[in-house]
Write a new protein. Sequence first.
Length: 198
Amino acid sequence: MYYQQSGAGINQSTLLATSPNMINWTRIGIVLDKPDGYPGDGHTGYFAVFKFAEKWVGYSVMGGGDYGRKAISYSNDGKFWYSDPRAMLGGNDATLTYGENFSRSNAGLFMYRGQMWWIGMMSAYASGGVTTVARPAIARISPDLRQLLHRPIDLVPFPTLPWETTNMQSMTVSVLDGNIYIYYNTDNNVGLVHTEVA
């Protein structure tokens, strides 16, 4: 389990705990902190980790604030991580909409027909625990997982239930038996939408 904590390192650092049964946990400690010389305030939270074959890849914030930078990191074992020193872009450079942001850390990656895809949130820039107006979107992502290959496309139709609002805070994706499952959070409720892969 990867989690963020203030005061453990430079700012809000990413830490790791392991468990054999999901009940009893052993704290490993800090696995991701601001590298020397990296711009930003050192916020490395919201770590989203993916494993491809034997390689581990993770997205995180790297410097907080409404215009905070994002980073990609790599690991061979999930414990020791190397952060790419090049800050990743994530705003209207990809969305083509002024003031809009797409989430790397609260997102999901999956392989479909030999191409890697990104599913995540599109929203206005906002940091901290503020209410957002977000919508789900999808895009193809480069083989090195550093950049979207085109402007994200809104997921339509995306069913809206009575308990849902536009305050969407996170999104993850799983692919199982030919179905794509998208889990998302909206005002402390967890929703699930799925679609069958043709």
